[in-house]
Ligand binder design. Sequence first.
Ligand code: GRG
Length: 292
Amino acid sequence: MDFAAELKRHVARVERGIEQYVPRADTRPARLHTAMRYSLEAGGKRLRPVLLVASAETFGARDDAALPAAVAIECVHTYSLIHDDLPCMDNDDLRRGRPTAHKAFDEATALLAGDALLTHAFALLAGNYPGDLARALVRELGTAAGSQRLIGGQMEDLLAEKKTDATADEVEFIHLHKTAAMIEAALVMGGLVGGADEAAQASLRQAGRHLGLAFQIIDDVLDATADSATLGKTAGKDARANKATYVRLHGIDASRRMATEHTATAQRALRELPGEHVFLEALAQSMAQRTK
Ligand code: GRG
């Protein structure tokens, strides 16, 4: 398998899906739809939708069946970035190599664009899948993005900034909920589209949990070691904002070792899946080696 070519194929498919399944920028009110597309089209890595599409393919999903779900998860992810960058949260000026949405537009437009991306995701799931599958996908994404996962992780992250002594348990909670929940959901939603059975869904969940932790640990390491131009977002912010991170608790070398261990655990879970999962395993490896 040519990993780079496969990745390019999946990313191109996701970009095509975004073009197809999100209202055009000139849809009234154009300012809102322009802002939604501004953030969506800023060129993120598309990790979550690629995981979703690749997971669905592992279970033999027909071509493009996973696209609406892939666009839905990228919409929710992008909403979370827009809101995270707002002055009332992380107050950041740079995202995906561009001015953040509230800098390029204004705070109210950024807030509404985030809200609209979040709600659009669920309309996409409800409108593009048959009853039982739509219900399962809505439940999976709604749970992953909800108060006990993504939003809960963000809340604890903000609370931890006010403390000087975040524990390993608190850091793991934040990262499991703020980061791993959506990566887990991407794999499981792909499995649902492809008709994965309960056992396979459990393996996907286990893989997503460890992939998500590895991804966040690398994110912490990159924040401490890479520059803003490479990352396309402000580097070195964690230390300045007193963030509860793996690097702060364990140091860079131990954090890198932990990321390697979580990646290996995720790959073991992927090997339990039926069907062809070479691409997913290679993607896990490339996530561990990423430089941005
Ligand atoms: C506002 C509800 C709410 C949640 C915000 C996404 C988020 C939670 C915070 C952003 C900061 C952060 C470090 C989050 C952890 C998840 C993460 C690493 C997000 C960035 O994902 P990438 O690297 O981004 O996949 P791209 O731009 O490539 O899609």
